[in-house]
Design a binder for this molecule. Sequence first.
Ligand code: PLP
Ligand code: TYF
Length: 402
Amino acid sequence: VFEKVPAAPADAIFALTAAYKADTHPNKVDLGIGAYRTNEGKPWVLPVVKKADRAMVNDDNLDHEYLPILGLMPFRMAAAKLILGANSNAIADGRVGAVQCISGTGAVFTGAQFLARHYPVKGAECYISKPTWANHRAIFEGVGIPVREYPYWDPVTKGLDLKGLLGTMQTAPAGSIFLLHPCAHNPTGVDPTPEQWKQIADVMVAKGHFTFFDCAYQGFASGNLARDAFSVRHFAERGIELFVAQSFSKNFGLYSERAGNLTIVARTPQIKDQIESQIAKSQRAVISNPPAYGSRIVNLVLNDPQLNREWEENLSTMANRIIDMRKALFDELTKLGTPGKWDHIVNQIGMFSFTGLTTAQVKVMKDKYHIYLTDNGRISMAGINTNNVKYVAQAIDDVVRH
Ligand code: PLP
Ligand code: TYF
């Protein structure tokens, strides 16, 4: 019955990982998928996660019963507090909801599906940054919300196109949905400054747009949880209703455990309850109830002051290694006198750097040097280490000169 079904293209990022793994060249480098690596190029189980893991194994009170439909209650509350801050007025008012989801991807989907069913602005479209994480378009279109783009990356300055962004926000029909990255923008590594966030919030309020944050890198960007949450907290303090999708893949290194949360800041406690009840109804039909393992680890760490401190140290380890590698790559390019300006490598933030390399140059990086990065010139900084930074810089130098 399915012979007419056309084959879908493979996911570009996961295909890149597969190509890297299949490559037998001794100097190969994986700068593709956004996953943290140690200086030895290995995945890292955070020491604090190991500790929480051991505590769980020895806890005879834990079992494998189903979680509630909306997930593990203390995890949901801790996640909301993490992003909004312990002193959040919205939390004190009782108008913050939270839903445990299948990691950040599931949280974006859950929020998008709710909007598709209940957002009251007829024909509202979702604006995503140009460029953005490829899944954003797929998720919103998948639930039937048309997608448009707002300018974000300025190829000339290799920084933020604030004028373009604000201009599109101004001209978009009132009540549009805007998907924003609160920190460590994927793929560009370019974030608005606090002052720029205030300007963005001004326009969002003036136009009555709906704010949907997708936060996949809290603590991972700067090593500081509050600094990375500035945008979300600023919007919430101004009384803006919003959704925040939270992923614990990167900041806890829990990629495959799918620990995530959708935090909901509603206008009143009653509206919060209405939203949660509808999401519970939808969630029941998609996953019935979320998985326990990753959320239990996050919950243990967030609700224990000592473990929480250790987690922040682990976050600093990751953030600082990446910041060091930005500097190292920049220094090597400077030493080589590579044509062009490269300070964006150190100015960008988070997991990625948007190098400005063209698709043709990326192909040479792959074919000649066995260095794997996405076609848009994005490199995962976590793939760079003291052993390969010279090699990567020499390859960039070569492709830029030819
Ligand atoms: N949103 C952005 C911008 C991301 O970069 C990612 C992945 O890295 C995610 C969401 C979701 O990831 P996950 O589903 O693993 O939490
Ligand atoms: O952009 C990246 O590399 C990360 C990892 O479906 C990722 O965000 C990529 C694709 C995907 C899930 C995670």
